[in-house]
Design a protein around this ligand. Structure first.
Ligand SMILES: [Zn+2]
Length: 214
C-alpha cells in the first residue's frame, strides 16, 4: 500500500547515510519515527529490531505474519515482538512491499545460491555480527541474530509455496517509515550482495532519518 509521509527531511533530528556493506545500529525512542530511504534504488536493507530495555524481546516475523494475516509488509503493518507486543508501525511506504520470509544473505547461503567460491564474500550476517561485536553496550551476541525484514526486497511466494527472489520494485528515493511504539534498537545491514541480479550487481547506500515525537 503506497502511503506518502508528511515529514520533512529538513526537520529530522538525525540523518545517517549507510554505505552498501555497512551497518546502522542505533536506538530509536518510543514516539520517534524512523525512515529508511533507498537513495539509488533496488537496494536491500536487512533489518532486525530489539526492545532497547530488554533485547531478549525482538522482532518476530512469525507473530507479525500471523497477526496481520499477510506475508508481505507495507503501510499499516504492525511489527510484533516475540512476546506478541507491537514494536513499530509502518506509517508510510512508497515502495509497497517488503519481505520478511527470505532471511538475510550469509556466506553459507551465498555458496548454496551462487557458487562455492562466493563463500568468502561479505554478507549481511557478517555485518550484523560485526555490529554486535563493536557495540557491546547493547548486550547482544551471535545468538540474538534472528528473524529480519528485508526492506525493499521483492520475494513473492510462488503457487507451489516456494520463494522467488524477483527484481526489485523499489527505485531511487523510495522509502519506508516506521513509528516506534517502544524504545527499539534498529540493527540494519545495508546489503553488500554482489551476486543477486535484483540490485543489478550494484549495492548502493541508504539513508536513515529519525524524527522526534511530534
Ligand atoms: Zn544481504
Amino acid at each position: 500500500m503506497i502511503v506518502e509521509s508528511l515529514l520533512k527531511p529538513s526537520l529530522a533530528s538525525r540523518r545517517d547515510t549507510v554505505p552498501a556493506g555497512d551497518y546502522y545500529m542505533q536506538v530509536v525512542k518510543a514516539g520517534q519515527t524512523v525512515r529508511i530511504l533507498d537513495l539509488e534504488g533496488n537496494q536491500a536493507a536487512d533489518t532486525l529490531f530489539y526492545n532497547a530495555d530488554d533485547p531478549s524481546e525482538r522482532y518476530s516475523a512469525i507473530d507479525t505474519i500471523r497477526e496481520q494475516a499477510n506475508v508481505y509488509l507495507t503501510a499499516g503493518t504492525t511489527l510484533q515482538s516475540n512476546l506478541g507486543r507491537p514494536m513499530l508501525r509502518i506509517t508510510a511506504d512508497t515502495c509497497g512491499r517488503h519481505d520478511t520470509l527470505g532471511g538475510a544473505c550469509a556466506t553459507e547461503s551465498n555458496t548454496v545460491r551462487y557458487a562455492l567460491d562466493k563463500k568468502c564474500m561479505h554478507a549481511c550476517r557478517d555485518s550484523w555480527l560485526l555490529a554486535v561485536a563493536e557495540n557491546e553496550h547493547f548486550g547482544l551476541s551471535k545468538r540474538d541474530i534472528t528473524h529480519n525484514i528485508n526492506f525493499f526486497m521483492n520475494v513473492p511466494v510462488t503457487d507451489e509455496g516456494g520463494l522467488s527472489f524477483e527484481d526489485g520494485i523499489s527505485g531511487a528515493g523510495k522509502y519506508v517509515e516506521l513509528f516506534a511504539e517502544m524504545d527499539v534498537i534498529v540493527l540494519l545491514s545495508n546489503c553488500p550482495q554482489l551476486n543477486n541480479p535484483c540490485n543489478a550487481y550494484n549495492p548502493t547506500p541508504v539513508e536513515v532519518l529519525v524524527w522526534d515525537a511530534a
